[in-house]
Design a protein around this ligand. Structure first.
Ligand SMILES: *[C@@H]1O[C@H](CO)[C@@H](O)[C@H](O)[C@H]1NC(C)=O
Ligand SMILES: *[C@@H]1O[C@H](CO)[C@@H](O)[C@H](O)[C@H]1NC(C)=O
Ligand SMILES: *[C@@H]1O[C@H](CO)[C@@H](O)[C@H](O)[C@H]1NC(C)=O
Ligand SMILES: *[C@@H]1O[C@H](CO)[C@@H](O)[C@H](O)[C@H]1NC(C)=O
Ligand SMILES: *[C@@H]1O[C@H](CO)[C@@H](O)[C@H](O)[C@H]1NC(C)=O
Ligand SMILES: *[C@@H]1O[C@H](CO)[C@@H](O)[C@H](O)[C@H]1NC(C)=O
Ligand SMILES: *[C@@H]1O[C@H](CO)[C@@H](O)[C@H](O)[C@H]1NC(C)=O
Ligand SMILES: *[C@@H]1O[C@H](CO)[C@@H](O)[C@H](O)[C@H]1NC(C)=O
Ligand SMILES: *[C@@H]1O[C@H](CO)[C@@H](O)[C@H](O)[C@H]1NC(C)=O
Length: 349
């Protein structure tokens, strides 16, 4: 039996038709069929998608679940129980959101027929590995969010398999279990500007690990880095956030390798000797004086990510935001709101 997605919905789903929110109940009435007019955005989040026939949780998607000829620019399937994602039956999809599902594995061919995907979000799933060829057929052009998963390794060649540079600007890998960054880990990401890696277990960063990117911000807070190699941070005009690590000693040579115009933010109180700042600029921070991040309009999408992890972001005009950490013992609120009291057990960054 063929099922169309609305008939699978037990709770409420919203299909966004331009500016109009069309509310669907269990049964879709004939005059608001998904086929007419064709929706460009489809949001099925905060549902528990189940098959009506067997009452099994929906673990996979297939073309037959959607009405014929549906063309979706924005496919939002957040907060369901999807285990095996597919979306290749919507080749024009531009934004794919699979936040908080139950995805442990992304099939290698998942992006094969998606030709115009620019924002991809897998935040809060159960990914522990990725197939090395996952991005070999797609040009990642704006943002990729793989944060809050269980990734312990980035397969070698993951981004270079495409054979040219991806256009990716933002890569979010925070809150995983990564331990090492090799000199080819980010190869193929020639436009990358924001690399967010806080809260992993990174202890080793190869020389020239970021060479070839265009990083403006490298966020390595709360890892297990004890040693900084010469040339690890050789890019120019980059902010390197290195506090909440395990650095007891940093050599003058390593510091001399910090790119011109770059700023290294780090904890200095545990350093045996205060280093001499040469080309690069070292700014010492402590837990009460974490620097805030200014995000230009292109990157404000990161504000909501930082707000999920103990930051408070303010709109500072012209589409820009500034995010600063909430004081210890408080937690970030909603966008533009003040930090709230800290619930028991919550942590910053
Ligand atoms: C789907 O598109 C094809 C080709 O554009 C068309 O022939 C067909 O009638 C459409 N089907 C529906 C249900 O609109
Ligand atoms: C790609 O997606 C963007 C944003 O949705 C859209 O403006 C553009 O027309 C799409 N390009 C193609 C070739 O479909
Ligand atoms: C990470 O994802 C899990 C599973 O979706 C969720 O329970 C948890 O709250 C998330 N953690 C954060 C910090 O958002
Ligand atoms: C996550 O995946 C692991 C196997 O990699 C599995 O043991 C675990 O049960 C999964 N967690 C959830 C919440 O499904
Ligand atoms: C990928 O897209 C970007 C634009 O976002 C472009 O600059 C780059 O050349 C493309 N890469 C390839 C290999 O076509
Ligand atoms: C990357 O590191 C390997 C050793 O692990 C070395 O042989 C290779 O030359 C390095 N590549 C670059 C571009 O630095
Ligand atoms: C941090 O790194 C040290 C070695 O520098 C290692 O002994 C320790 O187990 C690591 N801690 C974690 C949590 O990975
Ligand atoms: C910084 O600039 C100076 C002068 O242009 C140059 O000699 C030096 O090698 C540069 N340092 C780095 C780390 O790029
Ligand atoms: C830092 O390490 C270097 C060698 O790696 C050593 O010569 C120096 O004494 C150390 N400095 C401190 C303050 O521990």
């Amino acid at each position: 039996m063929m099922l169309s997605i609305p008939s699978l919905v037990l709770d409420l789903a919203v299909i966004i038709l331009g500016d109009t929110d069309l509310k669907l109940t269990r049964q879709l009435s004939s005059d608001c069929d998904i086929r007419s007019p064709t929706p460009s955005q489809f949001r099925l989040s905060y549902n528990r998608v189940r098959r009506t026939l067997h009452d099994n949780e929906l673990t996979t998607l297939s073309k037959s679940m959607f009405a014929e000829n549906v063309s979706l620019e924005h496919l939002d399937l957040c907060d369901n129980n999807i285990a095996r994602p597919t979306a290749d039956f919507f080749p024009e999809t531009n934004r794919l959101m699979l936040v908080s599902n139950n995805i442990a594995f992304i099939p290698e061919g998942m992006f094969q027929s998606l030709k115009n995907l620019s924002k991809i979000t897998f935040y809060g799933n159960n990914l522990s590995s990725l197939p090395a060829g996952l991005f070999e057929t797609i040009n990642l052009t704006f943002s990729l969010d793989l944060s809050n998963n269980s990734l312990s390794v980035i397969p070698r060649g993951l981004f270079s398999a495409y054979g040219g540079n991806h256009g990716l600007l933002i890569l979010q890998l925070q809150r995983n279990m990564l331990t090492c960054l090799w000199n080819d880990t980010f190869q193929g990401l020639g436009s990358l500007a924001y690399l967010i890696l806080n809260r992993n277990l990174i202890h080793s960063i190869a020389e020239r690990a970021f060479l070839g990117t265009h990083l403006k911000c490298l966020y390595l807070v709360a890892n297990n880095i004890s040693n900084v190699h010469y040339n690890s941070f050789a890019l120019e005009n980059m902010d390197i956030h290195l506090y909440k690590n395990n650095i007891l000693n940093i050599s003058q040579k390593a510091l001399n390798g910090v790119g011109n115009g770059s700023t290294l933010y780090m904890n200095c109180n545990q350093l045996g000797r205060l280093p001499l700042s040469t080309n690069g600029n070292i700014i010492c921070v402590n837990d009460e004086t974490f620097p805030s991040l200014k995000l230009t309009s292109t990157f404000t999408l990161l504000a909501s990510s930082f707000e999920k992890q103990g930051f408070e972001c303010q709109d500072i005009g012209k589409g820009r935001s500034e995010c600063g950490p909430c004081p210890t013992g408080t937690l970030g609120g909603e966008f533009g709101k003040k930090c709230k009291g800290c619930p028991k057990g919550a942590v910053n960054i």
